[in-house]
Design a binder for this molecule. Structure first.
Ligand code: NDP
Length: 292
């Protein structure tokens, strides 16, 4: 065992240990501490990554702890990604375009907000050999994570993006804010999920809802209607295949597990927190997937 590593993959805490955190509510389910602590241990860094339960009322104070308590930075998860935008001193172009922040760190004395979800999504696609340029995509859902996905798909040149959401008005708002028809974005209702003619045109289907994770079934979606090589990417993740990925696997379509996006967005945040290149393989292994 080398200096700075422990046999559990958890960093040793001492008087010099620096703290990185994740802010969310609920936060019990997060895999980020496992992933980042394994990375700190691997590189022998004297850091520890811990979950913090915040509330809408305490969020501002929690962020200030970067100054008041020397916290290195935070990842941000549901439901604070949008709220953080207005609480920071600088935000990246990507974070502003998406309208959400998932990483906060100090740069030149200023509290900076970044969004690594969009590039994390893109890197997970590339790692599975999928290039969005010129592709026809279906995005199911229009919440916070769909914003990062659609932003990434537009930025990387997808030819046709259809957003299907239960609440049609939210899909329309998202499409409009991210460029509408000029950016090749259209919207549809959930009935399109079993429309053979439409599904037969898709090359990538992204689920950005968490439907089925609580134990129920996924939506009425016909994976068999998609082309044989249509890639199915589920942002939602669990210890094993999610209900959406099970449908795709049953239809023998290629799949991407949401933990791959988690690793890549985490690796980008790790670099912002520590200045060091993240050990992606170690981070992936810590959350139960093989690195790609
Ligand atoms: P939001 O709450 O912002 O959005 C939820 C979406 O799911 C909305 O489009 C909502 O539709 C839809 N939805 C919820 N319940 C139903 C239902 N019963 N039937 C149909 N649609 C439904 O969540 P996020 O976008 O932030 O997160 C979604 C998932 O993505 C979560 O599981 C999260 O953990 C995961 N995620 C994974 C990441 C990764 O790195 N892998 C990164 C970010 C998120 P409506 O608008 O009608 O309410």
């Amino acid at each position: 065992m080398s200096e700075g590593k422990s046999d559990t993959g958890t960093a040793r805490v001492s008087g010099t240990t620096r703290v990185v955190g994740i802010l969310g509510e609920p936060i019990n389910h997060t895999l980020s501490p496992r992933m980042h602590n394994a990375a700190f241990a691997e590189l022998g860094l004297d850091y520890v990554y811990v979950p913090f339960r915040a509330t809408k009322q305490t969020l501002r104070e929690a962020i200030k702890s970067i100054r008041t308590m020397g916290v290195v930075g935070f990842n941000v998860t549901v439901p604070f990604k949008e709220d953080c935008l207005r609480l920071l001193e600088r935000t990246s172009d990507t974070a502003r375009a998406i309208g959400a922040v998932n990483t906060i760190y100090l740069s030149d004395g200023r509290l900076v907000g970044e969004n690594t979800d969009a590039p994390g999504f893109h890197q997970a696609l590339l790692a599975h050999g999928f290039r969005p340029r010129g592709k026809r995509v279906l995005v199911i859902g229009a919440g916070g994570s769909a914003r990062a996905v659609v932003h990434s798909l537009v930025a990387t040149g997808a030819a046709d993006i259809v957003i299907a959401n239960r609440t049609a008005a939210k899909a329309r708002k998202l499409a409009r804010q991210l460029g509408g028809e000029a950016a090749n974005i259209r919207t549809a209702d959930l009935e399109i999920l079993d429309d053979f003619d439409f599904l037969a045109t898709r090359q990538l289907v992204v689920n950005s809802t968490s439907v089925g994770l609580g134990g129920g079934a996924f939506l009425d979606y016909d994976a068999d209607s998609t082309p044989d090589d249509c890639v199915h990417f589920d942002l939602a993740y669990a210890e094993g295949p999610t209900p959406f990925l099970k449908l795709a696997e049953k239809a023998e379509r290629p799949t991407i597990d949401g933990r791959h996006m988690l690793v890549h967005q985490g690796a980008l945040a790790f670099k912002l927190f520590t200045g060091r290149k993240a050990p992606v393989e170690v981070m992936a292994k810590a959350i139960g997937i093989a690195s790609r």
